[in-house]
Write a protein of this length. Structure first.
Length: 117
């Protein structure tokens, strides 16, 4: 093969490899999004000296339709975080709840401030 022809084929191969890589990176866009927020505990009436909110565990449950899809326990005002497929969810930390729409590649914030007390 002549050097000029070989150079032409290497350019063609390089261009094809670039197109394949570009297609792969375009096709691998994220389908998941993130839900994060603070779930404050239901404290009720404070005892003398008050509550240590940071020591109280809060169970955060994530529903899609009527099915629990994730669960996490955080302390007090710590931040919970779920990575889930795009869609509509209900975040529950008894007795509070909030609905969230998750979009691919984005973070949705949902704080739950329980109405106890």
């Amino acid at each position: 093969m002549r050097p000029r022809t070989a150079r032409r084929w290497s350019c063609v191969a390089l261009c094809l490899a670039g197109l394949v890589l570009a297609q792969c990176s375009r096709g691998s866009s994220p389908t998941n999004g993130t839900i994060s927020g603070v779930a404050r505990p239901c404290l009720g009436t404070a005892p003398p000296g008050g509550w240590n909110e940071r020591a109280i565990p809060v169970t955060v449950m994530l529903y899609q339709r009527s099915r629990v899809v994730a669960r996490q326990i955080v302390k007090g005002s710590d931040i919970y975080r779920f990575e889930v497929p795009a869609g509509r969810y209900k975040v529950v930390a008894y007795p509070g709840s909030v609905y969230v729409t998750v979009r691919a590649g984005e973070t949705s914030h949902a704080n739950i401030y329980n109405p106890c007390g």
